[in-house]
Design a protein around this ligand. Structure first.
Ligand SMILES: Cc1ncc(COP(=O)(O)O)c(C=O)c1O
Length: 261
């Protein structure tokens, strides 16, 4: 039997009441859903074949900063299981502590970096992404890959997207700015906790009303569709709100103010 230590399905939960008062507020919110690499490290055994990390994390929006990631990879050493780093949302990060997984590849041959064209490059329906790895790992992956697993239409679309990479990077920057504005606006609302985000969505916890009621009212009264993640373990009363246009987000902020404020 093999094991996989997967941080994508688990966000680490801290008991908020255990957090010192001076750390309440946003810092506490940040700690609440950060990936606890010490905990992941403790779960790695001789039978572990892969560790899966997600940064920025979906749906928490948190990143794994450079220093703890390096410490984690160093601690795993030469016998490390494969460490799969899912960077699907990397284009929306504005945190200087965010490491570029591709740069780490030269030093950590057991690292496998995943990127997708589904997010900042806007090609979600085409299902195109890539894995970047040490040649030895890539050779092993190639053994299990179906021949011609990407069709020609998708390849042509991916080529076209890359020719517009600058414009798409600009759009990602606009999304980051819109996220910052939206977060600044809802940050002060009494009826919710806002979690820090480095992705093209933000996670909130509804305190003024149950998340499913807020979800329903946003849809019925304002025509705003968000993702109700409140049934997931550790995400009680949480909603995930994707960042849209500035007008969309002004409307979402106003609706949240009305419903939760
Ligand atoms: C963390 C993460 N990785 C990967 C994906 C999917 O990427 P793809 O569309 O290339 O399968 C998603 C999509 O929601 C995601 O949230």
């Amino acid at each position: 039997m093999t094991e996989t230590a997967d941080s994508r399905s688990r966000v680490e939960r801290y008991d908020p009441s255990a957090i010192e008062p001076r750390w309440q507020g946003e810092w506490a919110a940040q700690r609440l859903y950060e990936t606890d690499l010490d905990d992941v490290r403790r779960r790695v055994t001789a039978r572990t074949k892969a560790v899966i990390l997600c940064s920025p994390h979906n749906p928490a929006g948190t990143i794994i900063p450079r220093a703890p990631l390096r410490r984690f990879l160093d601690a795993l050493g030469d016998d490390s299981p494969l460490v799969v780093l899912d960077e699907a949302y990397c284009d929306f990060v504005d945190d200087p502590e965010y490491p570029d997984g591709v740069e780490l590849l030269a030093q950590y041959p057991r690292l496998l970096v995943l990127r997708t064209f589904s997010k900042a490059l806007g090609m979600a329906g085409l299902r195109f992404g890539l894995a970047l790895a040490h040649p030895a790992v890539a050779r092993e992956l190639a053994k299990g890959k179906l021949p011609y697993n990407v069709n020609l239409v998708t390849l042509a679309a991916a080529g076209a997207v890359l020719r517009h990479a600058d414009a798409l990077a600009e759009r990602a920057r606009e999304i980051v700015e819109t996220r910052q504005r939206f977060m600044a606006r809802v940050r002060g609302l009494r009826g919710l906790t806002l979690f820090p985000s480095a992705a093209n969505f933000v996670l909130i916890r509804c305190e003024g009303a149950p998340a499913r009621d807020v979800f329903r009212r946003l849809l019925d009264e304002d025509g705003i569709l968000v993702r109700d993640v409140s049934s997931s373990p550790d995400l009680a009363d949480c909603l995930r709100i994707s960042i849209g246009t500035p007008d969309d987000m002004d409307a979402a902020a106003a609706a949240l103010e009305r419903i939760l404020g």
